[in-house]
Design a protein around this ligand. Structure first.
Ligand SMILES: [Zn+2]
Length: 165
C-alpha cells in the first residue's frame, strides 16, 4: 500500500529516506490540495464508485464493504460522477439525517474524535462528518431531534464533495 500517487494513481518512486510520499509530483500535490477531500482520505485505497447508494467497482461490478479487493484508489473513482468511501481501518462517519446547518454545527461541536472532513449528502438534507475513529459497532441515536448514525467499519458512504463547514 502507499506505493501509488494518491491523485493520479501512477507508481511512486520510493524515497530513500524520510516519510513515505503521497504524491508523485508537485502538480499532483497541488491538485489534491484543491480537492474538497483531505489528503488522509484521498490517500486511502478504500474508494468505490457508486450506483445509487450501492458501491461498485470501476467496471460496474458490485463492491463489498467487507472485501477490500473490490475497493480502489481515489484516482480510479474521481473521474466518475458518483463515488464514495468505505469506512473502517481508522475512518468513521457520523451520518446526520434531515438536519439544518445550525443543528449540524451544534452536533459537530459535541464530537470528541478528530474531524477529518464534513459534507452535505446527496439529498442535501443530510450531513456526513468523517472522523478518525477505531472500529466498533454501528449505532443510531436521536440527538437534538436529529437522527444520528455512527459507523466505523464495513460501511459504504457515498460522498458528494460538497464540503460543509
Ligand atoms: Zn501523481
Amino acid at each position: 500500500m502507499g506505493s501509488v500517487c494518491g491523485w493520479c494513481g501512477r507508481p511512486l518512486v520510493a524515497a530513500s529516506t524520510g516519510r513515505p510520499r503521497r504524491w508523485c509530483s508537485t502538480r499532483c500535490r497541488k491538485a489534491a490540495s484543491r480537492s474538497p477531500f483531505p489528503p488522509v482520505m484521498i490517500g486511502r485505497r478504500s474508494w468505490c464508485r457508486a450506483d445509487g447508494k450501492r458501491p461498485v467497482t470501476p467496471s460496474g461490478a458490485p463492491a463489498s464493504s467487507t472485501d477490500s479487493g473490490t475497493w480502489c484508489s481515489f484516482a480510479e473513482v474521481r473521474s466518475g460522477s458518483a463515488f464514495g468511501i468505505m469506512l473502517g481501518d481508522g475512518l468513521g462517519c457520523y451520518d446526520l439525517d434531515h438536519v439544518t446547518d445550525d443543528q449540524a454545527r451544534r452536533f459537530m461541536a459535541t464530537i470528541r474524535e478528530p474531524v477529518l472532513y464534513c459534507e452535505r449528502s446527496v439529498s442535501a438534507e443530510g450531513v456526513h462528518v468523517f472522523v478518525e475513529a477505531p472500529e466498533g459497532p454501528g449505532r443510531r441515536r436521536i440527538v437534538d431531534g436529529v437522527s444520528v448514525e455512527r459507523y466505523s467499519r464495513a460501511r459504504f458512504i457515498r460522498t458528494t464533495g460538497r464540503r460543509f463547514t
